[in-house]
Structure formats: C-alpha cells, structure tokens
Design a protein around this ligand. Structure first.
Ligand code: PHE
Length: 496
C-alpha cells in the first residue's frame, strides 16, 4: 500500500470534488421531473428538509469513516470493527454496478453533444425535419448495435484518463475546469429560459406548492400520497448526494484533518441543491410551453422519464430554430460535464477499493477496472437494441410478482433498468441502514463526533446527529426499503 495516501489540496478542492460527484444526471434530469410530478413547491420543501437532516447525517458519517480509516469503503468498515466488513463489500458492488450503465447514459449525452455541435455549426437538422424527428433520433440511436457502446466506451476512456492522473492532478484539476463551466452555463441557460415570453406559467407550475397533488380522487387530503412524496424525495436525495455508494468514504479518505467536515457537508449540500433547483428552472418552463403549444397534457409531458431529456427537450429546442441548436449545444455540454464528474467519482470509488485491497498501483487498478466496466457496459448498451428481448420480467413473473417490472409495462426490465433497480431500490437503502445501525449501536455516534471534532473543529449539530443516526435514520430507511420493494414488485397495490 502507498505509504502516504493521496490527499486533496484543501477544503475547497474536497468540497468541489464531492459536489462534482453529487451534481449529475440526478440533478439535471431526475429532480425537475420528480418536482413537477409531486406538486412542485411541496416536493422542493420536503426535499430540502430531508437533505438538511437525513442527508446531512449520512454524508457526515461517510466522510468521517473515510477520513478516520484512510481507507476506501471496501476495507474501511472491517478496519473499524471486525465482522462488519460486509457493508464495505456491498458498498463496493454498488458503484461497480452503477458505473457501467451511468457511462452508457454518459455516452447518450455525448452523442447528443456531438449532434448539437454539428447542428449548431452546420445548420443541418440531424433530428429530422422539425420537432417530430427527435423521438426517432433517440430510438434509432439506442437500438443500434454499436453506437451506444461506442459512445459509452469513449466516455469511459475519458474518465479513466482523469483517474489515472491521480487525486490531485487528475480529479481535482479536471473539476477545476468542468465545475465552474457547469455553474456558469446552468445559471446562464436558466436566465435565458426564465426571460422567454410565456415562461411564467411554467415557473409557477414548478415552484408554487400544488396541494391538490396530495389529494386523492375524492379531493380529500391523502396520507398515502404524502408518504409517497416523502419517499420519492428521499430516494432522490440518496441518489443526488451520491450516498451509500462508498464515494463519500473514498473521497473522505483523501481529506486532510485540518479541514472541517461539518462545514464541507453543508457546502456540498448547498451546491447540489442549487443546481437541482436551477435545473428545474431550465427545463420545466420550456417543457410546459411545449405541452401547451402541442396540446399534450402537462403532466404527461413532464412525466416522460428518460424521454424528457432525450426526446422532449430536443423537440423543444427544435421549435426554437437556430437559437435552439445553440441552446441544445450548451445544455448538452453542461450535462456531459455533470455526468463525467459523477462517473469519475464512481470509477474512483472502485479503483480506490482495488488499490486498498490488493495493494495495486493506481494505473493498474484503473486499467483493470476499465475492462470490468466495459464488460458490464455491454449489457446496458445492448439492452435496448439487439438484446431487447432479454429481460428480467419473466423471472419476476415466475416469482409470482405482478408489479411494473413483472408485467414489463414500464419499461420491460432490460439490462440497464435491472441494474438501476437492484442498486437504487435495494442495495443502497440496505447499505445505508446497515451503516446507521453500525454507527448508532456498534461503534457509537461518539466515534464519528470525535472525528468531526478533530483538530478543534466544532460540531454544532452533534446531539441532533446522534439522535438521527440511532433512531430516525434507520426508521426512514426501513420505510424506503419496504416501499421500494412493494412498489417495484407490485405488492400491496403500490404504484407511484
Ligand atoms: N449523484 C449523481 C447524480 O445526481 C449520481 C451519482 C450517483 C453519482 C452515485 C455518483 C454516484 O446524478
């Protein structure tokens, strides 16, 4: 093992790196449509409460575990307490499963970046004549046998290039370039969108709490709908803050003890939340205008899932003519950077684990992981094309399930969706639950508090932290786990 572990050059570098991991497709694409779907302002308020309570607790825990042990997640838990290493093993499986499909989606984004660059500079309409062609463009691309994998591999190679250069020279420097560009572009695009004539209705739809979204068909307030909104916000919070994947443990292990964990966590949360809210300002008003113009029900337009970014938005850009090409280009540069910095953090979590476990050099570990990632990426890349017939739906039907995945309705459980389900819905809540139990009842919150207070830093929220870790977080996590399983397998009539 390296005698001296790599470290960030300072608190700002750490905050930027963790924020770079957190800010990704989750902020730009998932947050806006969830907010639109769950009653706008209501969802945003619930999300903010969760980020500053549960999110704060979990992120502080992970960063402190990393810094305390100077290990990545794979070996950190067993170093703290023999017999609990299994959490680290689970926590390594998740990024290893996510990074291949995240890179395939990164490849989709890259494809759009290239297409918009061509359209902006040559004026050729690659997405077909006018608005109608955007859906075909997407469909043709993801079902083709080689292109999705090809773009995915380019994306993986770019991430590997950064990782091989190391923590300070690779990850830190690349963030210094990509993150400011990302911030400036996000603010600029959202200002442009807000100033468009007719944007105010969409803004209202996004930001003003819509209490009717909490009422059932009879018009009465429904506790079940409120619970669903909270659970939706909680799932988003996990994903968006890159929690329960060992990333914050790995990044924390490069943190200097002179820097404050509590203050860093607050800043990371602020950055991540600002970009999520700004993403909604970029997307919701234009999709709203599009829905009104084309007579599509607003809810349906917002609720397009992956299609929102890859089909609906391009249609909106197409309606804007030449300006739309440039807007599309800026937007996809922004998304590419956001996806790349997140993918780099996932890849790094895997590389650091391999280095710590096998005492391997960074370069060799990066190379080794490249093949692992590329291998699994094949399944995600081909899942919508040549292998679209291969789904996991049959398996779920055999298990007697009747939910969305079993019926194959939304959408059939192809490679990419399957990895998404296993990681987000099952493994991540389990890992977070085990971590909270481990910290709350095995090593005790004091171990984390001592680490946060090292070198005389105050930990203002320490009593709150202990209470959350021991009681509130585990209960919330059990709730999310049960609801995710019921929802996906169609048990008990859950359907969000
Ligand atoms: N947090 C990232 C996002 O919002 C996604 C991500 C998840 C990145 C897990 C790294 C690890 O898109």
């Amino acid at each position: 093992m390296d005698n001296k572990r790599a470290s960030w050059s300072g608190q700002l570098a750490f905050v930027l790196a963790a924020a770079a991991s957190a800010i990704g497709l989750g902020n730009l694409w998932r947050f806006p449509y969830l907010a639109a779907q769950y009653g706008g302002g209501i969802f945003i308020v619930i999300y903010l409460i969760l980020v500053t309570t549960l999110g704060f607790t979990l992120m502080t825990t992970e960063i402190a575990i990393g810094r305390m042990t100077s290990q990545s997640q794979l070996t950190a838990y067993s170093k703290l307490h023999k017999g609990w290493g299994f959490i680290g093993i689970l926590g390594t499986i998740v990024p290893a499963l996510i990074v291949p499909y995240y890179c395939i989606i990164g490849g989709w984004v890259l494809k759009y970046l290239v297409a918009y660059a061509k359209m902006a500079f040559t004026g050729v309409a690659l997405m077909g004549e006018g608005a109608a062609g955007a859906g075909d463009f997407f469909g043709n691309f993801i079902t083709s046998p080689f292109a999705p994998f090809g773009y995915g591999i380019i994306f993986i190679i770019a991430c590997a290039g950064v990782i091989v250069m190391g923590v300070k020279n690779g990850i830190e420097k690349s963030n210094l370039v990509m993150m400011p560009i990302l911030f400036v572009m996000a603010i600029a695009i959202s200002l442009y969108v807000i100033s468009m004539p007719g944007a105010s209705d969409g803004l209202r739809y996004y930001l003003v709490p819509n209490f009717s979204s909490l009422c059932g068909p009879d018009g009465k307030f429904s506790v079940a709908l409120l619970a669903k909104t909270i659970l939706g916000a909680m799932g988003q919070m996990f994903y968006s803050l890159s929690l329960a994947m060992g990333i914050m443990i790995t990044y924390g292990s490069y943190m200097r003890s002179a820097d404050s964990i509590e203050r860093s966590v607050r800043r990371i949360e602020i950055f991540d939340t600002i970009i999520a809210i700004v993403a909604g300002l970029m997307i919701i008003p234009v999709v709203y205008m599009f829905a009104i113009k084309t007579g599509t029900p607003v809810k349906e337009a917002m609720n397009a899932g992956p299609g929102l970014m890859f089909i609906t938005l391009p249609k909106v850009f197409a309606m804007l003519g030449t300006a739309g090409n440039w807007l599309g280009l800026s937007f996809f540069i922004l998304v590419t950077f956001a996806a790349a910095t997140s993918a780099i953090s996932l890849y790094e979590a895997c590389v650091a684990s391999v280095c710590d476990l096998l005492d391997m050099k960074r370069r060799n570990a990066t190379f080794f992981m490249f093949f692992v990632i590329a291998f699994f990426a094949v399944f995600s890349a081909l899942g919508y094309g040549p292998w679209s017939g291969v789904t996991f739906s049959a398996l779920f039907t055999k298990l007697g399930c009747t939910g969305e995945w079993a019926t194959g309705a939304v959408p059939s459980m192809q490679g990419l969706d399957f990895f998404d389900f296993i990681t987000n819905s099952i493994l991540m809540p389990i890992i977070a639950l085990c971590t909270c139990f481990f910290v709350g009842w095995v090593i005790k919150p004091k171990a984390i508090i001592d680490e946060v207070e090292r070198e005389g830093h105050p930990f203002k929220a320490k009593s709150f932290f202990s209470f959350m870790t021991k009681w509130v977080a585990p209960l919330l996590l059990i709730a999310i786990l049960v609801s995710e399983i019921c929802r996906n397998l169609g048990i008990g009539g859950w359907k969000i």
